[in-house]
Design a protein around this ligand. Structure first.
Ligand code: ADP
Length: 372
């Protein structure tokens, strides 16, 4: 079977690592031939995942395609699908998720709890929505890793909003942010991973560290699992999905957004769960039974981000010392150049003791720095 991945970043790289266990020929489409996935696939094709011809020509030689990022040419995927290429997730689900406005309307249509919202098309229009603040402004398409999101606490922040079709969403008083990965096979069977709990870095607005399974009351867990399953069932597509949820200060569970692909919040599943999210997606694509999502041990993930003020060839300061810790797993993404805030790798820590996890997470964050 010939399977293509649109995008050659670290997620594509980890997918390819898992593919090595199966009989599958892998293809990657990406603009940068030195990207993290380029050297692990059987066939690397240089091209633009947003360009119709590049995606169509890449896909027409394949049996199946998946993505590692949403920002891809949907029209090409629709044509490929009509010609019999299987797309995970299907183009209809991808179309909904790719656009934050359509995604919010989808939650509304299926009565899936999510923060109240309105749509704005210009800054001028946004200015008329002062009574909706505090709110979060999210660009409809093209935002990624916190770059298309602005917190508008009051009217003095309105100038930070986006020109163009965007969602203006009520600000939720967040107690916890969790993510639940749900897998659905072509027959509609689902498998659900335990939630992962995020702790964010307020400066870079990127994930700081993560603990899994999340420490939440059983009732909240049931609510969150039911919501995550409802999202995926209604998206009506085989594939792997990460449903990001807020638990509010009043213990309401609300969907923030869904990613239709393997996700950063599931990196720990490589070591810490019986079946990793990457293995799970291959099982779906290759028509094998779904895997076991149970945790082997609780785990934490730390992202290795490029330090402020360092640009150039990456050096992992403190790595020798960190690697002496018990039950830690290092993943470097093979990026030669570091930049401030760039995701260079991650570390998974496993321990039966949650205190040990957070203690080690903080310690590793202090000890290990990506410099140049
Ligand atoms: P991205 O797609 O760039 O990851 P998100 O929609 O996940 O953007 O938003 C990034 C972060 O902004 C969230 O993790 C959360 O901390 C904050 N955020 C987003 N929406 C809201 C909201 N309605 N209320 C409060 N905080 C929010």
């Amino acid at each position: 079977m010939k399977v293509g991945i649109l995008g050659g970043g670290q997620l594509g790289r980890m997918l390819l690592q898992a593919a090595a266990n199966y009989t599958v020929k892998t293809y990657v489409l990406e603009n940068d031939d030195d990207c993290p996935a380029a050297h692990l696939c059987h066939h690397f094709i240089k091209g633009d995942i947003k360009n119709f011809n590049d995606v169509y020509n890449f896909g027409k030689q394949l049996n199946a395609l998946t993505i590692e990022i949403e920002n891809v040419n949907i029209e090409a995927l629709e044509k490929l699908e009509s010609e019999g290429v299987k797309i995970y997730p299907n183009s209809a689900a991808l179309k909904i998720i790719k656009n934050k406005i359509l995604q919010k309307q989808f939650y509304q249509q299926y009565q899936i709890p999510t923060a109240a919202f309105t749509i704005t098309n210009t800054i001028e229009e946004l200015k008329t929505q002062a009574s909706f603040l505090p709110a979060v402004h999210k660009i409809g398409e093209g935002g990624y890793d916190g770059k298309g999101v602005q917190l508008l606490h009051d009217e003095t922040h309105i100038h930070k909003g986006f020109e163009g079709a965007s969602v203006l969403e009520k600000m939720v008083k967040i107690k916890k942010e969790i993510s639940i990965i749900v897998a659905m096979d072509s027959k509609g069977n689902t498998a659900i991973y335990p939630p992962a709990e995020m702790v964010a870095d307020p400066v870079l607005n990127l994930l700081d560290y993560q603990i899994s399974p999340a420490i939440i009351p059983e009732k909240t867990l049931w609510k969150a699992e039911a919501i995550a399953r409802t999202v995926v069932k209604n998206l009506n597509s085989a594939g792997l999905f990460a449903v990001e949820l807020f638990i509010s200060d009043t213990d309401d569970v609300l969907v923030n957004e869904t990613a239709p692909r393997v996700h950063n919040s599931g990196h720990h599943t490589i070591e810490a769960n019986y079946c990793s999210q990457f293995d799970m997606l291959w099982r779906i694509i290759l028509n094998y039974p779904l895997g076991n999502t149970k945790p082997i041990l609780p785990s934490a993930i730390i992202n290795l981000l490029g330090e402020e003020n360092y640009n150039g060839n990456a050096v992992y300061q403190g790595l020798q010392d960190v690697m002496q810790f018990e039950n830690i797993f290092v993943h470097l993404y093979g990026k030669t150049i570091t930049k401030p805030g760039r995701k260079m790798g991650h570390i998974t820590i496993m321990s039966s003791d949650y205190k040990d996890l957070t203690h080690k997470a903080h310690k590793i964050k202090q000890m290990l720095k990506v410099k140049s």
